[in-house]
Design a protein around this ligand. Structure first.
Ligand code: UDP
Length: 332
């Protein structure tokens, strides 16, 4: 990567965004972060702060003029800013939808206007509760009814993808990535709200680890260095222009198994408690039973493969949680 590269990362203070910023700086880029610090945190950028090739702008992707100015000044824009975490979405569906659709529209319109290469971060939530596992990019999307707020996240992100492809038809060089349960150091119980962060926090406080439902639901947890690597390939490969690519590992883990692994590592005396979904999410919540990426396209288009094993990634993550969670207030 040449020094001339000017990269804008919206959501650059977030969990995935901050790791992306670290990697871009290490590769020699000039990086501007746009973040409203809703779930993004200063601490995520603590290592990068003060770097002479980094600028941090506190602002919203809903501020179209600001977005336009920053996008115009970049050679590539990575658009990661979004209302994230299913629990946050169901708690504030309207604000989440506006951020996720209008914010992306602002970024895409500017990138098109100024002919800037663009990467849009989407999500495996887009597949909804499809049972065509593993999920292929061209597979069906199966969503529940519109009054179940969970599905508004999937719908909003799918709208982002539709917008991206509409702009691609008009000549925008844009790629879309769908993330699968990224995790690693900096996961946050109250921000992005991953189950791994929650179990780690519970185990460290000596609380029971709360497994929802029967715990047989599965996810393919993807270590954040792999997530970032796939994202950078998608933003730079010509073959990825105008396409959407799954970014995830294929190692499927049940939530109950995850709870057992976290307990064993952090606090063997902690209990595992099976609790109903209603104890955490609003009534009527619907979960995705299995979420597994088909990685054929990621291999073919990006030459991408997740390489960090779950054992190794989880160990690094839980080590970080042990060092960083002690005494921190959390959202219940
Ligand atoms: N989950 C759980 N206990 C918790 C938090 C989450 O059993 O305290 C479950 C959740 O119901 C889902 C899975 O863990 O089945 C993954 O949840 P997460 O919020 O990490 O991500 P999602 O895959 O739902 O986007």
């Amino acid at each position: 990567m040449s020094d001339a590269e000017r990269i804008l990362v919206t959501g650059g203070a977030g969990f995935i965004g901050s790791h992306l910023v670290d990697r871009l700086l290490a590769a020699g880029a000039r990086v501007t972060v746009l973040d409203n610090f809703s779930t993004g945190r200063d601490a995520n950028l603590a290592g990068a702060a003060g770097h002479d090739r980094l600028s941090i702008v506190r602002g919203s992707v809903l501020d179209a003029e600001l977005v336009d100015r920053l996008v115009a000044d970049s050679s590539t824009t990575y658009h990661l800013a979004a209302a994230v975490g299913v629990r946050h979405i169901v708690a504030d569906p309207l604000a989440s939808m506006l951020t996720n659709v209008r914010g992306t529209e602002n970024a895409l319109a500017s990138a098109h206007r100024h002919k800037v290469r663009m990467l849009i971060a989407s999500t495996s939530e887009v597949y909804g509760r499809s049972d065509q596992v593993p999920f292929r990019e061209d597979g069906e999307r199966v969503l529940g009814p519109t009054w179940v707020h969970r599905w508004s996240y999937s719908t909003g992100k799918a709208m982002d993808e539709h917008l991206a492809f509409a702009y691609a038809d008009m000549g925008l060089r844009v790629s879309v990535v769908r993330y699968f349960n990224s995790y690693g150091p900096r996961i946050d119980e109250s921000g992005y709200g991953s189950v791994i962060a929650r179990f780690a926090g519970q185990a460290l406080r000596g609380e029971p680890l709360t497994v929802h439902g029967d715990g047989a639901q599965t996810r393919c947890f993807t270590f954040v260095s792999d997530t970032v690597h796939g994202t950078m390939l998608a933003a730079t490969r010509d073959a990825a222009v105008g396409t959407v690519v799954n970014i995830g590992g294929q190692h499927e883990v049940s939530i109950l198994t995850l709870a057992e692994m976290v307990r064993t590592t952090l606090n063997p005396r902690a209990e595992i408690q099976m609790v109903p979904y209603e104890s955490y999410y609003p009534k009527g919540f619907e979960d995705t039973r299995r979420r597994v990426p088909d990685v054929t396209r990621a291999r073919a288009v990006l030459g991408f493969e997740a390489t960090v094993t779950f054992e190794d990634g989880l160990r690094q993550t839980l080590d970080w949680c042990r060092r960083n969670y002690a005494g921190k207030p959390v959202m219940h």
